[in-house]
Design a protein around this ligand. Structure first.
Ligand code: AMP
Ligand code: TRP
Length: 350
């Protein structure tokens, strides 16, 4: 396929650039680490230009205690750096320090249709029974997410499985904007949803995703948990009485068992079949301590480094500030051009 063919990827014209975000609405979990952070580091280390954002504007779509939000933003930044994001090579910043996100989101609020928003399953889940009481921000959130990505003309977005629908919407917004204004200004972004840990499940319920907002702390591993807590959470993780099977297919009807095998594979950097080859025939009494040991081996250095970085919050703030300056240098010209395309008079000097 050459670039001139009508089937050529619609992102060809754009330089490969990654953007992704994580909400500082709680501590980082093993789900965030395996589904997102670990893969962010891999992409950075492949030499791809990458922009990583702590999306504080997204976080306030549900109530956040101000002091806690600030603390969680710094802690998440420490988590990124401890996991291997190099804030010199990649750009690391918090969303609210670059106003282009909120400004472009407004334009996209006017591109996206109410019917599209009504199909967003995450809104339905998060708003719960009383939709009338949800914030307007929670409803509009996917348009802000599209703005995060498209303000940088990002071409690829690594995320976990739960974000697939929001990335479809981002593509729909780019396509409609380009169509309505007769331009090809915004790239049609590709999601990168790869690996065995795109959906790490709760340790208490293998049908629910592991989440920083689950009321039960026993449902998740936090990056800041110590070795004893990690061992205890895996020991108490819900499972079934059967030993581990030889065939992957036999895990299909056993969501909790499948989840633990996938977590093991992701932590070990291998695949689930290799894990089953090693543990087939063994029960969870034997498997869980091995899993906990592996998790501690991977997470303990990250959590120790986070602790060290958190002792100097001013240094973290300085890193986020520098990252925001670099992010703004990319986003501002794109926003300016977008406003021009839309028909806004742009007459300020400087
Ligand atoms: P959030 O914590 O919702 O801001 O998610 C930040 C990133 O982590 C997104 O790319 C999510 O898809 C990913 N993520 C969150 N929870 C999980 C999970 N349980 N399994 C895999 N990826 C996850
Ligand atoms: N909505 C994402 C989540 O809850 C976080 C996010 C916001 C994001 N903006 C983004 C992820 C842009 C990727 C790209 O997980």
């Amino acid at each position: 396929m050459n670039d001139a063919s009508p089937d050529a990827p619609r992102t060809t014209r754009f330089k490969t650039r990654i953007f992704s975000g994580i909400q500082p609405s709680g501590g980082l979990t093993l789900g965030n680490y395996l589904g997102a952070l670990k893969r962010f580091v891999e992409k950075q280390n492949e030499g791809i230009e990458a922009i990583y954002c702590l999306v504080d504007l997204h976080a306030i779509t549900v109530w956040q205690e101000p002091a806690k939000l600030r603390q969680q933003t710094r802690e998440a930044a420490a988590g990124f750096i401890a996991a291997g994001i190099d804030p010199e090579r990649s750009i690391l910043f918090n969303q609210s320090q670059v106003s282009a996100h909120a400004e472009l989101a407004w334009v996209f609020n006017c591109v996206a249709r109410v019917g599209w928003m009504n199909r967003m399953t995450q809104f339905k889940d998060k708003a719960g029974k009383d939709k009338e009481a949800a914030s307007l921000g929670l409803y509009a959130y996917p348009a802000l997410m599209a703005a995060d990505i498209l303000a940088y003309h990002a071409t690829h977005v690594p995320v976990g499985e739960d974000q697939r629908q929001h990335l479809e919407l981002t593509r729909d917004i780019a396509i409609k904007f380009n169509h309505d204004y007769g331009t090809d200004f915004f790239p049609v972004t590709e999601p990168l949803i790869e690996g065995v840990a795109t959906r790490v499940m709760s340790l208490r319920d293998g049908t629910k995703k592991m989440s920083k907002s689950d009321p039960s702390d026993m449902s998740r591993i936090n990056l800041t948990d110590n070795a004893d807590t990690i061992a205890q959470k895996f020991r108490k993780a819900k499972t079934d009485p059967e030993p581990l099977p030889q065939a992957i297919a036999a895990l299909e009807a056993r969501p909790e068992a499948k989840n633990l095998v996938n977590i093991y594979a992701a932590l070990a950097g291998t695949d689930p079949q290799t894990v089953l080859d090693e543990f087939a025939g063994q029960g969870f009494g034997a498997f869980k301590p091995k899993l906990a040991e592996l998790a501690v081996e991977v997470l303990a250095p990250i959590s120790a480094e986070m602790g060290r970085l958190m002792q100097d919050p001013a240094q973290i703030d300085a890193i986020l500030g520098r990252g925001a300056d670099r992010a703004k240098a990319i986003a501002q010209p794109i926003l300016d051009r977008c406003f021009e395309i839309v028909g806004m008079v742009r007459s300020r000097r400087g």
